[in-house]
Design a protein around this ligand. Structure first.
Ligand SMILES: Nc1nc2c(ncn2[C@@H]2O[C@H](COP(=O)(O)OP(=O)(O)OP(=O)(O)O)[C@@H](O)[C@H]2O)c(=O)[nH]1
Ligand SMILES: [Mg+2]
Length: 474
């Protein structure tokens, strides 16, 4: 397992072959087959059943605050999420209410409208824009007589389809099981009605309560599985921390690319470093972080890490499960916050990103705002964006516009080596000379009889390593 983790998570060679295309093909072939790995929970067929049939869906949202545009943006995003999960969206309804209905999420009039739409369009699933209580899910399901899932379940489903590394898969599975646990009963009931009594089928005839025994068994198995996943993840976290420690020891500054999903984070990493990361017009194309090395114009090394995208109402189970991945962001020296300039609500997206950053303890890290997709932005919008983010760098990962400026801005924002010293390094220590070149900023070099005399700017750690060879220090 560790080997797989090593290969997929951290490919630090910048000239690694591009696996993007393969990824895409493999992913599409697996579409709607991969996902919730319940191999050890074969009896939880309800969850499997539910997951595999999300074909023709009707979306439904409750508009409680903000403008109608906000409500529409949210439903548009839900439609994109549904399509990313492989569904066909056939209709979308929004209801204006002061708060969601406690019983069925939407009010009874809207339920009727929804039912009519489902029948007229031959839909088989409703996706509600929010996180519904288990009770609301069951009640709405009963009222409209097709499966009802919520935004949280949908996002979990996408993550399950996209997870590739051992760690990513374990993280998603943990989040899914935690979501599933309080909802088991409801699903069992709904499925027994829809699937002709599957859920209760292993209860003894007339003796045990319908599905009750099975429900208890399922719960126990899920809890055991959750505990097992936690242990596995803890091990993987140790592996990651060991790696991170070795990177910290080498004091290579780290840049994390963060931002809303589909903002163009992977495209930017590719544009900056020539990496072949998968880029897709889909939400959550990237779930595994990948790190590439780069160099400043002075030859100093730094790493750039692409990260999982954020979304409004990112399920808290996922934030929790992905905490160790997200903590990589919190340990970086600089966050490049990518914003999609062509999106109707970039400010709202940026706010959602900052919320997640704060949740993982990354709010203190210096942030460089980058507005991407400049090629799609009209002049009026550009003016607005420039006034919203006066300090941002404006780029297009597609045309390459602004990428050089971005590289300069990143270099400028990296922690600077602040000690200037002159050392004489004996010729047998070629290793120290190359270290100086990659981690410090070499100002002058001179060859003498007893070694190479170098004047350079270095950080404290490197200054410490060179202590024995110092001729002069300011
Ligand atoms: N027109 C235009 N499209 C862009 C630009 N940058 C990225 N895109 C497109 O935006 C979509 C998302 O790009 P990605 O790089 O996959 O975005 P991401 O932020 O990594 O997305 P996730 O990993 O899914 O969160 C793709 O269809 C890209 O081709 C740009 O500068 N201009
Ligand atoms: Mg990506």
């Amino acid at each position: 397992m560790h080997e797989q983790y090593e290969n997929t998570r951290e490919d630090l060679t910048s000239d690694a072959p591009s696996t993007g295309e393969l990824d895409l093909e493999a992913r599409q072939a697996l579409r709607r087959v991969s996902g919730l790995a319940l191999t050890e929970l074969e009896d939880v067929t309800d969850a499997e059943y539910r997951r595999l049939r999300l074909e023709r869906v009707v979306l439904v949202g409750v508009w409680t605050e903000g403008t109608i545009e906000d409500a529409e943006n949210s439903l548009d995003e839900l439609a994109q999420l549904a399509e990313t999960a492989g569904s066909e969206v056939v209709d979308g309804l929004i209801q204006r209410r002061s708060k969601p209905d406690a019983g069925t999420f939407i009010g009874s009039g809207k339920v009727k409208e929804l039912k009519d739409a489902i029948e007229a369009l031959g839909a088989d699933t409703v996706i509600a824009d929010g996180e519904l209580t288990p009770g609301q899910l069951i009640a709405l399901e009963k009222a409209v007589n097709v499966k009802v899932i919520d935004r949280t379940a949908l996002i979990l489903d996408i993550f399950a389809q996209h997870a590739k590394s051992a760690e990513g898969k374990a993280q998603v599975e943990l989040a899914q099981l935690q979501y599933l646990l309080p909802r088991l009963r409801g699903w069992g009931e709904a499925m027994s009605r829809q699937a002709g009594g599957r859920a209760g089928s292993n209860g003894g005839v007339g003796l045990r309560g319908p599905g009750e025994t099975k429900l208890e068994t399922d719960r126990r198995r899920i809890r055991a599985k959750v505990a097992k996943l936690r242990r596995e993840l803890a091990k993987l976290t140790v592996t990651r921390e060991t790696k991170r420690d070795s990177r910290t020891r080498n004091r290579v500054p780290g840049v994390a690319i963060a931002g809303y999903t589909n903002a163009g984070k992977s495209s930017l990493l590719n544009a900056l470093t020539g990496a072949g990361i998968l880029v897709q017009d889909a939400l959550f194309a990237t779930l595994d972080t990948s790190t590439r090395r780069s160099r400043t114009s002075e030859g100093r090394e730094y790493t750039v890490t692409d990260t999982v995208g954020f979304v409004r109402h990112l399920p808290h189970q996922l934030v929790e499960a992905f905490r160790s991945t997200l903590e990589e962001v919190a340990e970086s020296d600089l966050i490049v916050h990518v914003i999609d300039g062509s999106h109707p609500d970039p400010l709202g997206q940026a706010e959602a990103v900052r919320e997640v950053l704060a949740e993982v303890g990354a709010e203190e890290i210096p942030e460089l705002v980058v507005v991407n997709k400049l090629d799609l932005v009209d002049p009026d919008t550009l003016l607005q964006l420039r006034s919203d983010w006066p300090d941002a760098v404006f780029v297009s990962a597609h045309t390459g516009e602004g990428i050089d400026k971005l590289r300069d801005a990143i270099e400028g924002a990296l922690p600077q080596p602040d000690t200037t010293l002159t050392v004489c390094i004996p010729y047998v220590r070629g290793d120290l000379v190359s270290r100086l070149r990659s981690r410090g900023e070499v100002l002058t070099t001179e060859h003498r009889g007893d070694g190479t005399v170098i004047t350079a700017r270095v950080d404290d750690a490197l200054a410490g390593e060179l202590r024995a060879f110092v001729l002069e220090k300011d």
